[in-house]
Design a protein around this ligand. Structure first.
Ligand SMILES: C[S@@+](CC[C@H](N)C(=O)[O-])C[C@H]1O[C@@H](n2cnc3c(N)ncnc32)[C@H](O)[C@@H]1O
Length: 258
């Protein structure tokens, strides 16, 4: 069972998107895409639409931005966030079934979404189908094996991290994506690290939101309330003693359809 983005975890995900980690990812994507006014762009797994507003401003009134996500709660939030933009069209569907015409997009982008799709190949086929020749795909996915907290008791820390593996389908998608894109005719494929480290767990920090996401998820995986609460206390103590850490390793993969 993975994360249910229609539930309370969806709310935490939206807080994450608003944190500095979300901002940095959006800035990296926007500087990678060479957006021109009038372009058509799709954000696959758009969540609550934080990137869509930036894309809508960049393509202007003559352009179109599609935000696709299967979660009704996320699409409802994206609708609210994008209400002032007539050029944003929201699609409540899975990535493998956009129902858009062939070759309709200059760009496709996706942030921390493909790793949640068990069979990611049909989703990549669909992105390739709707992207026009010369168009670019820019994806950000996390290397989950490097998504780690430091400072708690090692055994308990490993137990919480191990339980979190079930939250998504692909732990290391950025390692597989270049080959998958090459086989679909993409060229000039490159990777860029967006890795970061945090040594404080202030409110509103991505580390704090992630701690809550992992703690809630651990409870759904049968880890006891006491253990989850001990883990959180141990992280708090580690922070007080100046030995807390959190690392995340998102990778931006981009390529042009030949
Ligand atoms: C971690 S959130 C990321 C949302 C947004 N891209 C962001 O960066 O804030 C993952 C999103 O992927 C969506 N998702 C899950 N399965 C999907 C699928 N089969 N096709 C498209 N999106 C999917 C979820 O509903 C969720 O909104």
């Amino acid at each position: 069972m993975g994360v249910d983005f229609d539930s309370d975890l969806g709310k935490l995900q939206r807080s994450m998107a608003e944190s500095i980690a979300g901002t940095n990812r959006r800035n990296a994507i926007l500087s990678e895409l060479q957006i021109e006014p009038g372009d058509t762009i799709i954000d696959v797994g758009c969540g609550a639409g934080h990137l869509l507003t930036h894309l809508a401003k960049a393509v202007g009134g003559d352009g179109t931005v599609y935000g696709l996500d299967p979660s009704k709660a996320q699409i409802d939030q994206a609708n609210l966030r994008c209400s002032e933009f007539e050029n944003v069209k929201l699609i409540e569907r899975n990535a493998d079934n956009s129902q858009l015409p062939n070759d309709c997009c200059h760009y496709a982008t996706s942030t921390q979404a493909l790793e949640y799709i068990p069979d990611v190949d049909p989703a990549l086929d669909e992105i390739t189908r709707i992207l026009q020749s010369g168009g670019a795909f820019v994806n950000v996915s996390i290397l989950w094996d490097h998504f780690k907290f430091y400072g708690a008791d090692q055994r308990l820390n490993e137990k919480i991290h191990d339980s979190f593996r079930a939250h998504c389908s692909h732990q290391m998608l950025p390692m597989e994506l270049p080959g998958k894109l090459e086989r679909r005719g993409f060229k000039y494929i490159k990777d860029k690290s967006l890795a970061f480290v945090i040594t404080r767990r202030d409110r509103n920090s991505p580390a704090r939101y992630t701690e809550d996401v992992m703690a809630n998820f651990a409870l759904t995986q049968g880890i006891s309330k006491e253990e989850v609460s001990d883990w959180k206390s141990q992280l708090e103590k580690a922070e007080q003693e100046g030995r807390f850490g959190f690392t995340s390793f998102p990778v931006m993969t981009s390529g042009y359809l030949g």
